[in-house]
Write a protein that binds this ligand. Structure first.
Ligand SMILES: Nc1ncnc2c1ncn2[C@@H]1O[C@H](COP(=O)(O)OP(=O)(O)OP(=O)(O)O)[C@@H](O)[C@H]1O
Length: 284
């Protein structure tokens, strides 16, 4: 792998051990037409507190990678380590938030929805209730604790799903295009709220999207994947961007560079043009 720093390197600090290590991960599906390779030898490390984004075109294996981290899909080769332990099955240390918020059981109130996995994990009812209210407050929904999901807007359902996931206090929050089904304004607001929540609660997340803008706003590091089967194209450091900078020339330039890296412009040239402090590692 070649690394292209675009600023004078800061004083070298030894990196801490990664929270999540994905190593040479290849995943196959058996289909009617034979074996489909979804991802090919993908490697990346996620550190505690990262907002790590998997970005790539439809079908490049983003959801498959997330499912593998969740323990729902087994690798054909390579491996995944969480806190140094091999991931072999789902566990409460990795909670997934999907875009289909109708996953919230409609017969349970908002609070009961958040309590449900806590109770299933062995928490006492009183403690689960208090924890649910705490996280509903964090996402601005304490007034809706007794409401039923069908009475909520899409954005509110997204917030319940996030509260439910964070109440479990997972090591890593796995988010699979969680805002993709929302209208543009609500999606933007949810990105903002997620950012504020992250600043307050300091969790680690792995976030899947095919939107370059969303990746730049939500992530501090972005892994770019090639079209099917997904291979690592590059890793981009995007900590300097947020919603406040989304209209800026620097943001637009970064989005353009990422577009070039994703959709096949010559990698070396794009990387060397990156500039503006965005460090780009190009994988060869
Ligand atoms: N259960 C499955 N059985 C067979 N093939 C599958 C299965 N799930 C995914 N695939 C294939 O694996 C590849 C990667 O799919 P995946 O859903 O992970 O991609 P993605 O990048 O998340 O796409 P999108 O952005 O459209 O959701 C695709 O070619 C897809 O058709």
């Amino acid at each position: 792998m070649n690394v292209y720093p675009f600023q004078a390197p800061a004083q070298e600090q030894p990196l801490p051990a990664p929270l999540l290590r994905v190593q040479d991960l290849s995943i196959d599906y058996a289909s009617g037409a034979g074996i489909v390779r979804a991802t090919h030898q993908v490697s990346f490390d996620v550190y505690a507190g990262d907002r790590f984004v998997l970005l790539g075109p439809s079908g490049c294996g983003k959801s498959t990678l997330l499912k593998a981290v969740g323990g729902f899909v087994q690798p054909a080769s390579g491996g995944l380590l969480l806190r140094g332990r091999r991931i072999v099955k789902p566990g409460p240390d990795r909670i997934v938030v999907f875009q289909e918020f109708d996953q919230l059981p409609p017969w349970k109130t908002v609070q009961q929805n958040v309590m449900f996995p806590l109770l299933a994990g062995g928490a006492k009812r009183k403690e689960a209730g208090a924890r649910a209210l705490h996280w509903l407050d964090k996402v601005g929904l304490s007034r809706f604790a007794d409401a039923y999901p069908h009475t909520l807007s899409g954005g509110m359902k997204a917030r319940v799903a996030i509260a439910r996931a964070l109440a479990m206090q997972p090591d890593i929050l796995l988010m699979d295009e969680p805002f993709a089904a929302l209208d543009a304004l609500t999606r933007r607001r949810m990105q903002e709220e997620l950012q504020a929540l992250w600043e307050e609660a300091g969790f680690t997340m792995l976030f899947v999207t095919h939107s370059i803008e969303e990746a730049l706003v939500v992530g501090n590091r972005i892994l770019l994947l090639s079209p099917h089967p997904g291979r690592v194209r590059a890793e981009v450091n995007s900590h300097q961007f947020g919603l406040a900078s989304s209209g800026s020339a620097e943001f637009q330039a970064a989005a353009q560079r990422i577009h070039g890296l994703l959709f096949g412009e010559e990698l070396q040239r794009s990387a060397c043009d990156a500039g503006a402090g965005t460090a780009v590692a190009v994988h060869s």
